[in-house]
Ligand binder design. Structure first.
Ligand code: HEM
Length: 305
């Protein structure tokens, strides 16, 4: 109750209220003069619905009796003050500084709205400054992580051997790096015309690369016999399929010698140990001789049925 009179009469100078009351109607004048003095007027003032409330309010305020009286007085004050200061004043200054005074007017319809409005404006202003600050800092920080990312690309890859000078990106449909480079260290130098692209073109040429007219059943003895020696073709099996690796020998990026290690037997283990990422079925599709069968099973696959 003690705070209420401060906000009412002090915050809003008496002359303002008086002027307003004078403009509106004569009863207002009576209020201004007798607000502090007259206590019984509230009963008489209620006759005019809007103005009746305000007069008793101030009277109630002057009397430090109960909160109920204070509430009524605050309501009356608000009605008189509504036009100029009501919403802005309540939102910004009043609530932050003095909440108890507003608790009285909170009973009125307008207060709840400003209560909601007040908080968002302040946090929004506080939130706004950080984003511009953070943005530039982040932009500057980005190049640093990118630099860190560059390190692994420039350095050797875990599963890759040192890349060739050419990089072998352009001519290869399969994505394998070219090997015909003199700068490469420990890299097998393939003879000209034996790049992976050349091999791909050869497979598409329609030439018979398998050495057989049709797929055949290959026994272990047959596989062992065709080991690439003494003019015999080099066969190698992978997952039960037998391929004639003879035409591929000069194209093998790992070198002919390495590939020959798999001749006459299953090269699957060596293959998977060296480059499990290579798709041999695509690389040697045209070199397919047949499938592995038991020793008793021989002849053409067409005859099996
Ligand atoms: C017949 C099936 C094979 C095919 C189709 C084949 C294909 C390839 C291909 C495409 C590459 C290049 C891979 C790359 O650089 O990422 C390569 C590299 C290599 N291959 Fe094979 N390969 C076969 C069998 C073998 C076998 C049986 C061995 C070992 C006994 C072998 C040893 C190597 C080695 C050492 C390299 C590394 C070459 C280098 O990085 O300079 N390959 N092979």
């Amino acid at each position: 109750a003690s705070l209420l009179p401060l906000t009412g009469p002090t915050a809003h100078p008496a002359p303002d209220n008086r002027l307003r009351d004078e403009k509106r109607a004569p009863p207002a004048q009576n209020r201004a003069t007798s607000e502090t003095q007259r206590s019984p007027e509230p009963t008489s003032s209620p006759q005019t619905t809007p103005k009746a409330a305000p007069t008793p309010v101030e009277d109630g305020v002057a009397i430090p009796s109960f909160s109920l009286a204070a509430d009524e007085s605050s309501d009356e004050d608000d009605e008189d003050r509504l036009p100029p200061p009501s919403f802005p004043a309540l939102n910004s200054a009043q609530r932050t500084s003095s909440e108890p005074t507003q608790t009285g007017p909170s009973l009125m319809a307008p207060p709840p709205k400003p209560t909601v409005m007040g908080p968002p404006t302040r946090p929004s202003s506080s939130l706004m400054p950080p984003p511009p600050r953070i943005v530039p800092s982040n932009l500057r920080a980005l190049p640093k992580p990118s630099d860190t990312m560059r390190v692994p690309t420039t350095g050797p890859l875990p599963n890759r051997r040192p890349p060739s000078s050419n990089g072998g990106l352009a001519p290869q449909p399969t994505g394998y790096p070219t090997v015909n480079t003199s700068n490469a260290r420990g890299k097998v130098l393939l003879t000209p015309g034996h790049s992976p692209l050349d091999w791909a073109n050869l497979q598409r040429s329609g030439k018979n690369l398998s050495g057989v007219s049709s797929l055949i059943r290959v026994t272990p003895a047959m596989l062992k016999h065709n080991n690439g020696r003494k003019g015999r073709p080099a066969w190698s099996s992978y997952q039960g399929k037998v391929y004639n690796i003879t035409p591929y020998l000069p194209y093998h990026p790992g070198g002919e010698g390495e590939l020959r290690r798999a001749a006459g037997k299953s090269g699957e283990k060596l293959f998977m140990e060296t480059h499990p990422w290579v798709n041999w079925e695509n690389m040697l599709g045209e070199c397919l001789v047949g499938i592995m069968v038991s020793e008793e099973q021989t002849g053409s696959l067409e005859d099996m049925d």
